[in-house]
Ligand binder design. Structure first.
Ligand code: COA
Ligand code: AMP
Length: 639
């Protein structure tokens, strides 16, 4: 083991410097906060560079670390999980002992269905306790979960089935949105039918509040359908299975620039070590704290900070089914903070803007006692200074912006308030976290000086807890992330670093857009739009939106001879995108145009279109095929 420099654990810059200078001792030290069946003798494995792995000879079980370990340490009666549904009024909690027993039984149920080490289980569940229970049950068996967000449609589920090739699919009768219930079973039945890969077993958790019809499983299906509650009655509890640290813990699909989602793979040991480190160092959550991460288990934020990190720390996590507004009002989050004495709240800027729109003076806050709250964490999209100031003053707690991605699994940059609260600079996610060596490069790969905007990259190796590869496709991982700039991971974000090292993330440099904190691919939406018979070609771009950050808008060229009206086309395209991708794409704007601006090689100038639409300065590349097309589009885009 290498010699560690002396670090002052209360001085963030020295902690960060140590993590870069001596990653070996830094991360082996962090690994001590977990229980291993075989403690790793070394941290970084570069043998397959640029594919790196961590703790190559370590062996552990993540569910043991998240549950059994705390019970064995005498904390079995401590509350592990509180569930609180603002849409069904259902609420309750599990102690660590209760949660361990539920997870052990659910793992037994999966084992009975033939699930074992390395098998995949697709989880398509709303925000009910069965979601984290199912994830932890997979971890207990060393099986790999693939959670799919409830707002995705059948085709999206089918695409993920074909990529992850699960043996079992776990679902429930449905989800509850403020305005309606969402029946899951027809979507799941269609997805199982559509997928090339055959899912053997589908297990349904029957939720109260749904019609008898919604509870019906299909009569004809390539899969066998089971009742979750029935299976549990005969399931024998399963003990945690020790697995290699480098085995996959889960795959989580995210949007890229193409229509095909990318299966981000995260491993067992390094994920647990990084999340355990971050929940203390960044989120200031310890055993006696309660965190409310108002996201969804279908997103990475939910994987990391609803499920794994708080439980690894022995803290209490709140699973909230509801919205920040409308369930029933803009005081929803303050109600949950008050009721469950939440100490750290984590949400997205768009949720704060929605609250501001509904309750600009935060009058609803007066109804609640939020004195337990120490920090407000915000991520998922750029936090605009106006919102940061408004909510910070309104709540009277520090607002901690943190920047990361599905791929990184935990914050690349944040204010590490669990170590030291650093001065805030508005518009900045503050400093890089442990192991992240962040730089800004120009298009030819040269470092840019402080203050100049360019491609934000991270020098390899990425620290523990980041993606180890894309599911079943190392080459796609290398091509997508590691090839643009040799020796670096390309984040796809653009921004700058100031003279104090503060990171300012300004937006994506690719065709990924961020709608209400949800990451979407314009390519995927375009593919859905292009399927319409009247559409000759189309471009989908993300327009600036006061509430949602961005919203997708489709610019469509009709086939010659098509006489469909614009309103009719809009209705049909919106329905098409909802049924292909799902309502979460939030696709509502359609504009018919005569032509799309393109380069001579046929690439649509989406960035130029977006700049024009957002009223920004724009440059027309010299490679444009026909400059007149842009001139004709300006009034349409600025309309
Ligand atoms: N299942 C089914 N449908 C869903 C869904 C789910 N899990 N989640 C969202 N949808 C649907 C909504 O019902 C809505 O449908 P509609 O067009 O018929 O109304 C559509 O998808 C868009 O939903 P949403 O993005 O939630 O927009 P909204 O207008 O209902 O609410 C906000 C706006 C800002 C309140 C909401 O987007 C929000 O809370 N955002 C925060 C997101 C977040 O926390 N992200 C995690 C990153 S940290
Ligand atoms: P996702 O993979 O869904 O978490 O989305 C990741 C993307 O969201 C990043 O690449 C950024 O573009 C954006 N993002 C997330 N957090 C922030 C933040 N704090 N500031 C700016 N952009 C952010």
């Amino acid at each position: 083991m290498s010699q560690s420099p002396i670090t002052d654990p209360t001085d963030y810059r020295s902690v960060h410097a140590q993590s870069l200078q001596d990653p070996e001792s830094f991360w082996l030290d962090a690994a001590q906060d977990l229980e291993w069946s075989r403690f790793p003798t070394r941290a970084l494995d570069s043998a397959e560079a640029p594919l790196y792995s961590w703790f190559p000879d370590g062996e552990l079980n993540v569910s043991h670390n998240a549950l059994d370990r705390h019970v064995e340490a005498g904390r079995g009666d401590h509350t592990a999980l509180i569930y609180d549904s603002a849409v069904t009024a259902d609420s309750g909690s599990y102690t660590y002992r209760e949660l361990r027993d539920e997870v052990a039984a659910t793992a037994g149920m999966l084992a009975q269905l033939g699930v074992g080490h390395g098998d995949r289980v697709l989880i398509y569940l709303p925000m009910i306790p069965q979601a984290p229970i199912a994830m932890l049950a997979c971890a207990r068996l060393g099986a790999v979960h693939s959670v799919v967000f409830g707002g995705f449609a059948a085709k999206g589920i089918a695409a993920r089935i074909d990529d992850a090739e699960p043996t079992v699919l776990l679902t429930a009768t449905g989800g509850v949105e403020p305005s309606r219930t969402i029946d899951y079973l027809p979507k799941v039945a269609e997805a199982v039918e559509l997928a090339q890969h055959r899912v053997g077993e589908v297990v349904v958790w029957h939720r109260a509040g749904f019609t008898a019809e919604a509870q019906q499983t299909p009569e004809q299906s390539p899969a066998r359908w089971h009742d979750w509650q029935d299976l549990l009655e005969t399931a024998a509890p399963v003990e945690p299975v020790p697995v290699a640290s480098t085995d996959p813990l889960y795959v989580l699909h995210t949007s890229g620039t193409t229509g095909r989602p990318k299966g981000v793979v995260r491993d067992q040991g390094s994920t647990a070590a990084a999340l355990r480190w971050s929940i203390s160092a960044i989120f200031d959550v310890g055993e006696d704290d309660t965190i409310l991460t108002a996201s969804d288990v279908g997103w990475v934020v939910g994987h990391s900070y609803i499920v794994y990190a708080p439980l690894l720390a022995g803290a209490t996590t709140v699973l909230y089914e509801g919205k920040p507004v409308g369930t029933p009002d803009a005081g929803a989050l303050w109600r949950v903070v008050d009721q469950h004495r939440v100490t750290s709240l984590f949400t997205a800027p768009t949720a704060l803007r929605a609250i501001r729109k509904a309750d600009p003076e935060l009058e609803l806050l007066q109804r609640y006692d939020i004195s337990s709250l120490r920090w407000l964490f915000v991520a998922g999209e750029r936090l605009d200074p106006k919102t940061q100031r408004w909510i910070g003053e309104g709540l009277g707690v520090p607002v901690v912006d943190n920047w990361w991605q599905t791929e990184t699994g935990w914050p690349i940059a944040a204010n590490p308030v669990g170590i030291e609260q650093l001065p805030v600079k508005e518009g900045s996610a503050t400093l890089p976290m442990a192991g992240f060596d962040v730089e800004v490069l120009d298009p030819s790969g040269d470092p840019l000086p402080a203050g100049q905007q360019g491609n934000i990259v991270i020098r390899l190796p990425l620290p523990p807890g980041n993606l180890s590869t894309l599911w079943g496709d190392d080459q796609r991982y290398i091509d997508t992330y590691l090839s643009a700039f040799e020796g670096y991971y390309t984040t796809g974000d653009s921004g700058y670093i100031d003279e104090d090292g503060y990171i300012f993330v300004m937006g994506r440099s690719d065709d990924v857009i961020n709608v209400s904190g949800h990451r979407l691919s314009t390519g995927e939406i375009e593919a859905a739009v292009a399927e319409h018979q009247a559409v000759a070609e189309c471009a989908v771009i993300g327009l600036r939106d006061e509430l949602k950050g961005q919203r997708p808008a489709g610019f469509v060229v009709l086939k010659a001879g098509s006489d469909i009206g614009e309103e009719q086309l809009r209705t049909e395209l919106v329905a098409q995108v909802r049924s292909t991708i799902g309502p979460v794409a939030d696709f509502k704007d359609v504009v018919v145009v005569d032509a799309l601006p393109k380069t001579r090689s046929g690439k649509v100038l989406r960035k130029t279109m977006r700049q024009i639409a957002d009223g920004e300065e724009y440059t027309v590349p010299s490679t444009i095929e026909d400059a007149q097309v842009i001139d004709d589009l300006v009034p349409v885009l600025r309309r």
